[in-house]
Ligand binder design. Structure first.
Ligand code: NAP
Length: 271
């Protein structure tokens, strides 16, 4: 039972992903009449999600929301202290490397327990032709040998890595419009997942795509392009994920994160 005398426990979710939104929905108090969320910890919670502010019109999660950088690990540590955060959940995108390292440093400085939520990565299946690389620069270096009409799905922020590939044509899909530097020969498709298999097949056909570039984001909402590429015999350059910072515990989804919080707070209650 919640302890009426104690202020609610404060959970900060570093967001920008479907998992972060699902976790906030499961933890945050719901308006009356809303469908029952997944079981939350047995105590009153205050849930804040932090967004970087990269997307012009983000899908807002349940609970409180703050938008914008913290000012490095020191700024994040300060925020944790000033807002009396009891637990920090890094549910950022697997490729949002800097904020994950900042979270590890800030959590250690402010003595706040930290958990990372990382959806499982994609695994190649029979019939896939994958070229696994460790960076966008390596992806760019691999492209000229693989094709001339590229479907680039790595996001608008990394386009500079492909800007020197003047001989290749790019179909770039992103949520917001990219800014220079970018490849000179490109068409931009402004769209946001989930994407259907039928839609991805049609895109590959209509644009005569002969190579696909993707990060291993592992999301179900964007996995159909891999199936479409396999069916069409299109090779895929897959950028591998950076590792989670050393010593940070990891779970695969929001359910396990809620379970971790429940364990954390009930252990604290028993002391
Ligand atoms: P990043 O390179 O790891 O972070 C760069 C800086 O952005 C951080 O140092 C931090 O600024 C700020 N930041 C990042 N995430 C934040 C958050 N959730 N709340 C407040 N500040 C945040 O991050 P990124 O790759 O640019 O990604 C930005 C956001 O977009 C992340 O939240 C991520 O979940 C989401 N996203 C990223 C990708 C991707 O492919 N990278 C894809 C989909 C969604 P300060 O140092 O000033 O605190």
């Amino acid at each position: 039972m919640p302890d009426a005398a104690r202020p609610p426990r404060h959970v900060l979710i570093l967001g920008g992903t479907t998992e972060a939104r699902r976790l906030a929905a499961a933890l945050a108090p719901e308006p009356a009449g809303a469908p029952e969320p997944a079981p939350a910890p047995e105590c009153a919670l205050r849930v804040t999600t932090s967004l970087a502010g990269r997307v012009a019109a983000p899908r807002l999660p349940a609970g409180e929301v703050r938008i914008g950088g913290f000012g490095g690990p020191e700024g994040l540590a300060r925020w944790l202290r000033e807002h009396a955060v009891d637990a920090l959940i890094d549910a950022t995108h697997p490729f949002a490397d800097t904020i994950s390292h900042n979270a590890a440093l800030a959590a250690a400085t402010a003595h706040v327990p930290l958990l990372a939520v990382r959806r499982p990565g994609w695994v190649p299946g029979a019939g896939d032709t994958w070229h696994q690389v460790t960076s966008l620069d390596e992806a760019a270096a691999a492209l000229p040998a693989l094709g001339t009409r590229v479907f680039l799905t790595t996001g608008r922020m990394g386009l500079a890595h492909f800007a020197h590939l003047t001989e290749l044509w790019f179909l770039v899909r992103s949520v917001d419009a990219p800014e220079p530097p970018h490849p000179p020969r490109m068409e931009v498709l402004l769209d946001r997942g989930p994407f259907t298999l039928e839609g991805e097949r049609a895109l590959l056909r209509a644009h005569r795509i002969d190579v696909l570039v993707t990060k291993d984001s592992g999301a179900a909402a964007t996995a159909a392009k891999l199936t479409a590429a396999r069916e069409a015999g299109v090779p895929v350059v897959v950028v591998r994920r950076p590792p989670v910072p050393d010593g940070v515990p990891v779970v695969e989804g929001p359910e396990a994160a809620a379970e971790w919080l429940r364990g954390l707070f009930s252990a604290a209650d028993s002391h």
